[in-house]
Design a binder for this molecule. Structure first.
Ligand code: ATP
Ligand code: MG
Length: 394
């Protein structure tokens, strides 16, 4: 800037000097034109011409020097700006990278994640805003977790407390039925209704208890090497009376060389009862239901196949979710809560297995359960005693 100011003032001096030089030369020329062709006038003209040439040389030197100076100044300014810019980028990059990193951790569920607040005021403000948001999310999550825990506890306690008196009502109703000969027909019918409702409620409470335990991570299983064949035959035998009442055929096809599976037998029975009961309840009269079991790689595959109404694709997507029931007329006629498949899925997964469904409307459904084979050399454990009525199969 000083160089440029100096150049401008020099330029003004130069122009004034040139002007004065022209004026002096003009005055000499006027003298000559008026007839005074003196040596002095001619010397003045020559001197002024020489002075102007000198002035031109000096101003062109000055112009060059000033241009060089301005060029150097511009380059220095540019380098300075670049250095400043690079410094700014470095100062912002580290906190921004830390923020991106922390945001990733927060999105992955680590709500305790925070960033170090520092650096430029903008990044510091951003860091503080991030930390405030993370703290709020952490608080909300812990409140939600606490509410969830309270809900689980409530369902657990309520189902448990309700089940005890209910099972005693069921027990007394069963005792009464044993004395049915001394009851009137109307009394027998009444006790049967009481029993039916008790069984339905006990089943519902057992389902709710299982789901609440599963949510609380307290649904434990005690797997042991088990033979599936007798278990499947037992389920088929238990449910045959119901299928026969609907003139349905219920058959089983079990591979002879089925290996032992690592499962809790009562829980597998519960799953199979759910699946066969569904096949029976949602299929029409004279439908056929088949339970098959065979070995595939390191798993045993159990299929429950029916040629009933099938399941529409839209319902199939959500069929293992809680309280999901079909809206077809048949489903609506069958009483149910939409919990059986959700519980079956939780139980199968607790065993390290999988459950899936394949179905076509009008042709039937196949529910497929895969269970892990017991380790080589495993020996079948002796059967444990039957579950208490209250814990009994759904
Ligand atoms: N074999 C099947 N054929 C046709 N629809 C089925 C079959 N199995 C299940 N479904 C459909 O899936 C829905 C969910 O079944 P799920 O067993 O979970 O509940 P639910 O039978 O309605 O009630 P519950 O809790 O008493 O078992 C049923 O309501 C029915 O619409
Ligand atoms: Mg069901």
């Amino acid at each position: 800037m000083i160089g440029v100011g100096h150049f401008i003032s020099q330029r003004q001096d130069y122009e004034t000097s040139i002007e004065r030089s022209y004026q002096a030369e003009m005055a000499a020329r006027v003298q000559i034109a008026q007839g005074d062709d003196s040596k002095a006038a001619r010397r003045t003209i020559a001197a002024e011409e020489a002075r102007r040439a000198e002035l031109r040389d000096s101003i062109s030197d000055d112009t060059r020097n000033t241009a060089i100076l301005v060029g150097i100044g511009l380059i220095a300014g540019l380098i300075g700006a670049l250095l400043l810019f690079a410094g700014l980028i470095t100062a912002m990059r580290r906190p921004l990278e830390a923020l991106v990193d922390a945001a990733g951790r927060l999105a992955a569920g680590d709500r305790s994640t925070r960033v170090e607040v520092g650096g430029l005021s903008e990044t510091a403000t951003l860091g503080k805003a991030f930390n405030d948001m993370a703290a709020e999310l952490e608080l909300e999550a812990s409140e939600r977790d606490q509410l969830d825990r309270m809900k689980d506890e409530f369902v657990l306690t309520a189902s448990h407390e309700l089940r005890s008196p209910l099972t005693s009502v069921q027990g007394f109703a069963e005792l009464l039925m044993m004395e049915r000969d001394s009851l009137t027909q109307r009394q027998v019918e009444t006790v049967e209704i009481i029993l039916d409702n008790c069984r339905h409620l006990v089943r519902l409470l057992n389902d709710l208890l299982d789901l609440a335990r599963s949510d609380a991570g307290r649904l434990a299983i005690r797997p042991r090497p088990t033979r599936l064949g007798p278990l499947i035959e037992d389920v088929v035998r238990t449910l045959r009376a119901q299928t026969e009442a609907s003139e349905q055929t219920l058959t089983e096809k079990i591979d002879a060389n089925l290996p032992l599976v690592e499962v809790e037998p009562d829980r597998i029975r519960q799953i199979l009862v759910n699946l066969v009961t569904n096949a029976h309840e949602y299929s029409p009269k004279r439908a056929s239901i088949e339970v098959t079991a065979r070995v595939t790689d390191a798993e045993v595959e159990i299929d429950v196949i029916d040629d009933g109404p099938g399941i529409p694709p839209a319902q199939m997507e959500h069929i293992f979710e809680r309280f999901v029931r079909g809206d077809a007329g048949l489903t609506q006629r069958v009483g149910g809560t939409g919990l059986g498949l959700a519980i079956s899925k939780s139980l199968v997964e607790l065993h390290g297995g999988t459950i899936s469904v394949d179905s076509e409307v009008g042709r039937g459904s196949t529910f497929k359960v895969l269970l892990p084979v017991a380790p080589p050399g495993a020996v079948e454990a002796p059967p444990s005693g039957p579950r208490a009525i209250a814990e009994g199969p759904r």
